[in-house]
Design a protein around this ligand. Sequence first.
Ligand code: IMP
Length: 199
Amino acid sequence: MKIMLATKNEGKIREIQRILSNTSINLISHNDTEIPEVEETGSSFVENAIIKARSASLVTGLPSLADDSGIEVSFLKAKPGVKSARYAGENATNEMNNIKLLNALKGIPMEKRSACYRCVIVFMRFPDDPFPVICSGSWHGFIAEKPLGSNGFGYDPIFYLPEYKKTSAELTDKEKNSISHRAQALKGIEKYLIRQHNN
Ligand code: IMP
């Protein structure tokens, strides 16, 4: 099955391609077919994922899969949330976002630095699909006091997992892709697509 992946984020593309590599899904990314950037005007991950999936399907004529994700920090009342990619400004780099978050938590003890990665994946068969399939995943951790590790992307160097005594940027791709918020959400989508295929 040919599906357009509605993202330009190379970190997401890499992870989603790996996680779905053992399925019969043929993922087309923006590296194969150009898709325009869309404004993420929603106030929830679900709304933004639907906006992105709908736009990609409209432009390409293909069924599409969109990921909207981010990190919620309890001490910051669930911020940066849907604004995670642009936390430090419209053209912020991952490093700028991480520095802003570390500064916002300066002096806050570890037990109050709890955080949660959220991921919503939406699958739409066509642009006006009245039944978008919506799956989500959450991954709990803490915000480290300094960046460590170079795998993954985004907030991974400062997302600390006490059970591994590592940040998610210190996990191998295989480790992250078996437990992450994104892996959980994709598992739901995969199950749905397999069920549809067999019916
Ligand atoms: P958006 O879904 O394009 O709005 O952006 C999601 C943003 O959340 C990314 O640019 C990252 O900053 C952050 N994010 C989401 N998932 C991850 C992850 O697995 N690791 C690190 N950062 C993530």
